[in-house]
Design a protein around this ligand. Sequence first.
Ligand SMILES: [Fe+2]
Length: 314
Amino acid sequence: MNAPSNVAPVITASNDSLTKDFPLRPFAIKHKLSGHPLLTLPRIAQLAAQMPRDLIEYNSGDASVSQDPDKVKSVDLDPVAVVKSIESAGAWMVLKRVEKMPEYRVLLEDVLTSVARARGFRSCVDAGFSQIEGFLFVSSPNSTTPFHMDAEDNFFVQIHGEKFFTVYDNRDGGIADEAQVEHSITKHRNVKFDDSFKPRATEFHMFENDGCYIPYLWPHWVRTAGSYSISLAITWKTKEVSRRNDLHFFNSMLRGAGLPQAAPGKNPALDGVKLALWRSARAVIEPLRASETMRRIIRRIALGKNANYYLKNT
Ligand SMILES: [Fe+2]
């Protein structure tokens, strides 16, 4: 890891949430990233031109909270044009894995190093922040990100515009059971929404310099208000999160082969065997993923014919 260029607190939280609630419960944060030169529209347009096409996903911002992923409306513009016209394009876009770009990687590591220090650790490694990744969101006014869950922990920072971020407590499986969790991790992130979930909600109303911490697998949906929005998700995976994700992937593959599987944790000895097998297989496949063509083929094999749904016009 590069030496951090700045370890002054970038993210702060009131009521000792960084030590009391982290990493188990969502909470509001403040940050100092709005106006950062890597997070402006012109720089993001440049980034969209540089990034491999399969790391950019975009569609109409006119989506429902409970959105069927097969019925998402598309936007007939190229990625750079979407960013440049975001105030009027009626679009939602995510640039995935921006940590592949060295300047963005330094930014993400600086932020998480400041969190690690605030929590009494020397570094991201000591704090358990592994697999650091960044997802940069650009969306038009009045856009909706459908209800979904993400298989990582996340500091979500609002850089520009007004956003409502509503997160739901699923710790008892009352929103998404183990089968739905596996589906979200391995197939598509979206989850069906029902009004009965509302008592489980916490809403964060954010402007620039606001943000929130979203724990692993807490379902959420997001909407922008009357201005265009830029946001950054700063994510990582602890060892335990990687372990659970890997087990879900392996279980999903076995289930696809007609072999029903117990959820992770139900049979720890068998989990250990599955993990070893899965990680050996992945070590063979992983180097192939450097190629965009191979990534598309691997997604197609792992996820089925709709795996590359967001690339259908490319
Ligand atoms: Fe999300």
